[in-house]
Design a protein around this ligand. Structure first.
Ligand code: HEM
Ligand SMILES: *[C@@H]1O[C@H](CO)[C@@H](O)[C@H](O)[C@H]1NC(C)=O
Ligand SMILES: *[C@@H]1O[C@H](CO)[C@@H](O)[C@H](O)[C@H]1NC(C)=O
Length: 363
């Protein structure tokens, strides 16, 4: 099977025309006449940097970031993700979700990886994460390997971004070039984790609002929700739909009755909170557009999944489109993942490169 890498048109220094011109100028410095042009170029460069909003360090991420300092970094990440996936196929889903839960809280800065220490409460304790988020040991193993290879060079935030891409590819999904150069945070925000991440019983408008706060639009909401084509959910995340959706003692009307009956046998009205269920009942281990096909027949397991098909005409059209056209879904998923990966990265002098992803270097 051939793998296609999608051009995600990211806003990196490598395809920004004026930065390309500057690069050309810097490599052609033959005469002194060039000096003026260079100074002008540098001014333009810094202006562009300072204009990039929501990025405290102001520098752009770009895929070649480690090409000189640690060229083997992406290959090391990939090999350890592959090993973890071979041992536990669910791990691909868990690593993909880890990137999402990192990026929505203070940006993609590995804040989600920090353990509780001193006055800082770990994001691992938030409602969306506790007894649910996983993959931390795999990130630790990657970090350990990278510290041996290139000490204090590759950030934990970039490891998470690369692992999310590799996980998508391993399960049959699209590939994309991962912009790199993120740095790691010095703290975490459990409040941010509780407030910014949508809940499984959220309404569509609340989900859209939370994505919008991160600079993501409706197209991103629908495409990125397609990540639920792999992985598991616990009974506690959707029980409400099976028994008492609106406080009137009846199940959710937008849940297929046959599917609901099956779910009720292993997700009782009380107890069994941690029992696991596939997010995509048809092809649970394959990254494909089956998730969207499920929504068309009311077989989305989470309320937040099915509302994409039932609560707005716009998102309904996108669900239908991706259900019909896998290629289109893959292309948009890759684009939206790059966009999500660009949420407020720490760059330049901001943050640090952690030696251990679970704690800051000086604590
Ligand atoms: C649109 C709003 C979203 C909501 C409300 C949501 C909610 C959830 C919930 C409740 C679970 C199950 C957690 C549990 O019961 O333990 C879950 C799992 C998962 N989510 Fe989301 N999610 C959303 C968007 C996303 C996005 C944007 C991604 C990635 C791009 C993602 C990737 C995943 C994956 C892969 C899993 C399975 C993880 C595993 O098996 O370990 N989700 N999500
Ligand atoms: C969603 O679930 C939480 C936790 O179970 C509950 O407190 C809240 O009322 C629910 N929200 C809606 C809109 O049903
Ligand atoms: C459904 O929920 C409502 C509101 O939370 C509660 O008052 C009612 O007793 C519940 N009904 C059943 C059948 O569990």
């Amino acid at each position: 099977m051939t793998m296609q890498t999608y051009n995600t048109n990211l806003q990196s220094s490598y395809n920004n025309p004026s930065l390309q011109q500057l690069h050309q100028q810097l490599t052609n410095m033959a005469s002194t006449r060039c000096l003026f042009t260079i100074l002008l170029g540098i001014t333009t460069y810094w202006t562009l940097f300072s204009l990039s909003l929501g990025n405290p360090g102001g520098l752009f991420l770009f895929p070649q970031f480690y090409d000189h300092a640690c060229p083997q970094a992406p290959a090391i990440v990939k090999s350890i993700v592959e090993k973890a996936y071979a041992k536990d196929p669910r791990m691909a889903a868990s690593l993909l979700r880890l990137h999402f839960h990192d990026c929505f809280v203070k940006g993609c800065d590995a804040s989600v990886l920090l353990d509780t220490s001193g006055t800082m409460v770990s994001e691992k304790r938030s409602n969306p994460n506790k007894d649910s988020l996983r993959g931390f040991e795999v990130i630790d193993e990657i970090k350990y390997a990278l510290e041996n290879e290139c000490p204090q060079t590759v950030s934990c935030a970039d490891i998470v971004a690369l692992a999310a891409r590799d996980s998508t590819v391993l399960t049959g999904g699209p590939s994309w070039e991962v912009p790199l150069g993120r740095r790691d945070s010095l703290d975490a925000s459990v409040q941010g984790s509780n407030n910014n991440l949508p809940a499984p019983n959220s309404t569509l408008s609340s989900i859209i609002t939370k994505f919008k706060l991160q600079g993501l639009d409706i197209v991103d909401v629908v495409a990125l929700s397609g990540a639920h084509t792999i992985g598991d959910t616990r009974c506690v995340s959707f029980r409400q739909r099976l028994y008492n959706q609106s406080g009137n003692g009846v199940p959710d009307f937008s849940l297929n009755p046959a599917y609901a009956a099956g779910l009720r046998t292993k997700c009782p009205s009380s107890g069994g909170d941690q029992n696991l269920f596939f997010l995509d009942l048809v092809t649970p281990f394959k990254f494909d557009n089956q998730y969207f096909k499920n929504l068309l027949v009311y077989n989305g397991i989470l309320n937040s999944d099915e509302v994409l098909f039932t609560q707005s005409a716009q998102t309904m059209e996108l669900v239908k489109l991706y259900a019909e056209n896998n290629e289109l879904f893959f292309e948009q998923f890759a684009k939206s993942m790059v966009k999500m990966g660009n949420i407020s990265p720490l760059t330049g002098p901001m943050g640090e490169i952690r030696k251990n992803c679970r704690r800051v270097n000086h604590y």
